[in-house]
Design a protein around this ligand. Structure first.
Ligand code: WT7
Length: 672
């Protein structure tokens, strides 16, 4: 309790200074003594024969027809893994555990924003998934059909995903923070047949009317036949007979038995739209067996998971695992739903924000559920640093034994604070680098053997081959900064972009040939071969771990009738990693009162509140090349206050001077 005194914060500062001098952190001995992986030989196995390494991992799953072929690489980059085998993902996540007598193990401790609790065992989850799978079938959903899911962090989101997997429907989850316009676009391009949503969702004590908002887009979605509404917050919600159905009523009516369909290993499990260089989101398609192999293996090994399903006794009680992401992003798909369930883990599922009802809620939940593994993002850690160490100090965090980080490079200061204040210096930190496209963790420490360096994701996972190459020829670099590539296929890799196979090849596999996946990040390797990921090289920005394309935001802004032109960039931000800055040119006859507010609201409506620009800078003109291309590089230089690079290729070099003045004014206004 004493830690809210300035003296206590000072004490922490001093401790962090001491830790700053440490270059590498060896696995804590107490942790190491019980670690799942204690031998470096796992790296040799993965390197010597990656195919048999992955085949062994795949055999840990249940197959209705075992595979013989491991990898078909005859048509790169369209790789197929385990393709002559058959299995079902929901069977692997649920039935398998229940049949082995672990039906009473808790799959999720769900906690609602107002303190409500619901415990779902594996048996309960399976029973509900079976019913909902039947309900979807009753609505006409068939194998291969796309089902949209637009839900907050309620237990039904997991049920809906697994019910799709059970019958071979392909889910397309849209993060609940997206505006309905983003839902419309994603449903339209994937021709979703049904959409599962909610009456309303909890937002820091208020309720957002989700179904009413969804109703606005339904007339524009002719292929969407049914809407299923989870009654979460109660209260009135508009329903149209024949089209809209309450989830609980469907469950009640549905048959209780539903056998899992044996699906081809390569059957698509889900589509997840993510942002790229253009305004049009990319529909990342993941497979069933390869994806599950990747997420189950990494979840077990990277998080050193001990579950009730483990045969070997490591002298540890089963873990309580908490990935504090949202299911609407890939982190949630892979490490809230599929990885943990495939491994029979017990997880926490928290509905709310990290600061509601108070800034200590995360730590309260860790104490309450005795959480032993916490996986979160640097932006959340930085928010906690800002709120102060007095919040975690109020709770007993001694159950924690491992910490994870994901989503962006973690700055050493945040790493050390996480290590000291949350981990009590006894928990290894796994900084995991991966992407929506990679499906599973790719570069990461193995907590029982890897020495960590704050800010580095360390080394590729066994069986994964990564390189930093020069940007022209793709030759591996001995030192210095280059492009991060993955030069061998892996089971959980994206299979294609939904209905855009050519774009898949073009975006990821054209620069250095069809066998080299170019990830879109810059990185460097140090003398120990450790990877340091620097950031994106394309027009993708990462705001609080939310991935956005600058083009997407621009397209929302220019849809304003009074906006002539807009250019959006990501600017370094202490809190959120990057912040969105929009340079906007208004039409001369603009009549409105508050253009900045209008621009921000418009982005909120078209994409989602999280995408609203932090700064709007008015520009009479934007820096363009003679051919008319906006030079975002120069805008980034201005925004970061850097010396301007070469401006001689500009059509009108004067533009830069005016803009720099606007930025300076905006800065001064903020400082006031
Ligand atoms: C981009 C992928 C991976 C799930 C969440 C984000 C950045 C991710 C790290 C890390 C440095 C990281 C990269 C990557 N990124 N993890 N540990 N260190 N950068 O998935 O939305 O597909 O974004 O996030 O830039 O390319 P995503």
């Amino acid at each position: 309790m004493a830690a809210h005194e300035p003296a206590a914060e000072e004490q922490i500062e001093r401790e962090l200074e001491r830790l700053e001098a440490i270059e590498r952190f060896a696995p804590p001995p107490d942790f190491q003594a019980h670690a799942l992986i204690r031998e470096r030989s796992i790296y040799e196995q993965g390197a010597r024969d990656p195919l048999s390494f992955w085949a062994d991992q795949a055999r840990r799953l249940s197959w209705s027809e075992p595979f013989e072929a491991v990898l078909d690489d005859s048509d790169p980059p369209f790789y197929r893994w385990f393709h002559d085998g058959k299995m079902n993902v929901s069977y692997n996540c649920l039935d398998r555990h229940v049949l082995a007598g672990r039906g009473d193990v808790v799959a999720y401790h769900w906690r609602g924003e107002e303190g409500q609790e619901r415990t779902l065992t594996y048996a309960e989850l399976l029973a509900e998934v079976k019913r909902f799978a039947n309900a979807l079938r009753d609505l006409g959903v068939r194998e291969g059909d796309v089902v949209g899911i637009y839900l907050p962090m309620v237990p039904e989101v997991v049920v809906a995903m697994l019910a799709c997997a059970r019958i071979g429907a392909v889910h397309n989850v849209v993060f609940g923070g997206f505006a309905v316009e983003a839902v419309r676009e994603r449903m339209a391009v994937s021709e979703a047949k049904a959409l599962v949503t909610v009456d309303g969702s909890a937002r820091r004590g208020a309720i957002a009317p989700v179904k009413a908002a969804v109703d606005q887009i339904l007339p524009e979605l002719p292929a969407l036949e049914h809407v299923v509404v989870v009654r979460s917050k109660g209260g009135d919600c508009p329903m149209q007979a024949g089209r809209d159905h309450f989830y609980d009523e469907l469950i009640e009516r549905a048959d209780a038995e539903c056998e899992a369909v044996a699906l081809d290993a390569e059957h698509p499990l889900f589509i997840l739209y993510t942002s790229g260089s253009t305004a049009k989101p990319k529909g990342i398609v993941h497979s069933s067996a390869g994806y599950l192999t990747g997420v189950a293996t990494t979840h077990r090994i990277v998080f050193d998971l001990r579950s009730a399903a483990d045969e070997d006794d490591r002298g540890l009680p089963p873990d309580v695992y908490w990935c504090a992401a949202d299911v609407g992003w890939v982190t949630g798909h892979s490490y809230i739903v599929y990885g943990p369930l495939a491994n029979g883990a017990t997880s926490v599922l928290w509905e709310g924000a990290p600061d509601y009802p108070h800034r200590g809620i995360w730590w309260e939940l860790i104490e309450r559920y005795r959480v032993s593994i916490l996986y979160t993002a640097p932006t959340a850690i930085r928010a906690c640093i800002k709120w102060g160490a007095q919040w975690p100090a109020r709770y007993d965090l001694s159950s924690l034994r491992l910490l994870g980080s994901v989503g962006e490079p973690i700055n050493p200061k945040a790493w050390l604070w996480y290590h000291k204040v949350i981990g009590g210096e006894r928990c290894p930190i796994v900084d995991t680098w991966w992407q929506t496209e990679t499906g599973a963790i790719m570069i990461t420490p193995l907590p029982g053997i890897t020495e960590t360096k704050p800010g580095s994701a360390t080394l590729p996972f066994p069986g994964i081959s990564a390189e930093v190459v020069d940007e022209h020829e793709g030759k591996p670099l001995a030192g210095g900064q280059g492009l991060l590539v993955i030069d061998r296929p892996w089971p959980s890799m994206a299979r294609t972009l939904y209905r855009e196979g050519e774009r898949f090849v073009e975006t990821y596999f054209s620069r250095f040939g069809k066998r080299t996946y170019v990830v879109g990040d810059a990185a460097r390797r140090d003398a120990d071969g450790y990877f340091w990921v620097i950031g994106r090289i394309d027009d993708v920005v990462n705001v609080s771990g939310h991935r956005l394309s600058t083009a997407e935001v621009e397209s929302a802004i220019v849809s304003h009738p009074d906006v002539a032109e807009a250019a959006v960039i990501g600017q370094h931000d202490e809190q959120t990693g990057q912040a969105i800055v929009a340079f906007v040119t208004l039409r001369a006859d603009y009549q409105g009162a508050d253009p900045e507010q209008e621009v921000r609201d418009l982005v909120g409506e078209r994409i989602g509140k999280f995408a609203r620009p932090k700064r709007v800078i008015w520009a009479e003109d934007l820096p363009k090349t003679r051919s008319g291309k906006i030079m975002r590089r120069l805008l980034r230089d201005i925004a970061e206050g850097r010396a301007l690079g070469d401006v001689t290729t500009l059509r009108d070099p004067e533009v830069m001077q005016a803009l720099a003045e606007h930025v300076a004014q905006a800065r001064a206004a903020e400082a006031d």
